[in-house]
Design a protein around this ligand. Sequence first.
Ligand code: NAD
Length: 352
Amino acid sequence: MKNFVYNGLPSRVVFGAGALAKLPEELDRLGAKRALVLSTPEQKESAESVKRALGARASGLYDKAAMHVPIDIAEDARRVARELGADACVTVGGGSTTGLGKAIALTSTLPILAVPTTYAGSEMTPIYGITEGGAKKTGRDVRVLPKTVIYDVNLTLSLPPGLSAASGMNAIAHAVEALYSHEGNPVISIMAEEGIRALASALPRIMDDPKGLDSRGDALYGAWLCGVVLGSAGMALHHKLCHVLGGSYNLPHAETHSIVLPHAVRYNQEAARDAMRRIERALGASNAASAIFDLEKTLKLPLRLADIGMKEADLERAARIATEAPYPNPRKVEYAGVLELLRNAYAGRRPS
Ligand code: NAD
């Protein structure tokens, strides 16, 4: 018998191949008449076509979204939204673009209609992050939770296989930590396990055929579930470590997640047996940590922090930063163990 709290987050999800065609009627449901479309410079073309499809319902396009939401871009986008009299944001892109929409919503309460094109999952969470003076500040506020999310599988077909794999493992990391979260509950565990299963089955198929609609559909479905669990249950050691490595050493977000994940799982192995059983069931394997490592090898993802810019000399400092303040994790977070974890991730050793 385990007590729990379940807190559902209100959002409407429209899922399918070609679901983007529903965008005008979904904006109408929100009562929006002058939406500002957001994208990165790389996805400007997709965003342009969304803006064209919206006709008079679009007030403009802002295409400067960037990784980790730099404060100057957030403030510039807020100004543009104000000047155009925008009454909603339509975000077309991955976590960086959704994140910019959230930065606008945080200070303006404009509703967000998110159109995700990666597996990061930000569209399902009330978590925002803004980077100022080299440090990323994150927070939770239900105002930044997108009101509507349109998952159009067609928009993910262009996500390159390498990025798909890294982004998919990033999503799996959310589900893994939700399974042993101090805020976990039975509903979230069902979603997390199903999310891991869907992504782990889809990602190798995407490597073989990046345009396959079925595998892309399974991956996006899994990403949705992993996004829900990220928004609902507090994360643990793995996310803390990735935050430290990304923030203090500027390592790439999704790759850092995939490299650290098997080692964080190994760290928690004995302290979170039920979560391990569920991960193993989802992966059809007998050891969660090594199965995750092997999946990443199959996906040809980098397996060593050494390969993505981490310096061996920085491992001790990173372990110190990650252990200086206590936070919930199944196994006590201690310097020596975390340093060993980081050394293993640095060298890319297969956990067992
Ligand atoms: P991203 O949004 O930075 O996108 C990476 C690159 O891929 C960009 O150049 C983008 O334009 C391009 N791209 C995206 N979709 C594409 C597609 N379908 N085809 C071709 N190119 C495409 O990467 P991401 O991994 O989605 O997001 C990472 C960011 O999201 C990080 O800053 C992370 O902290 C944040 N995040 C936040 C949350 C949250 O809940 N707040 C959750 C997950 C991630």
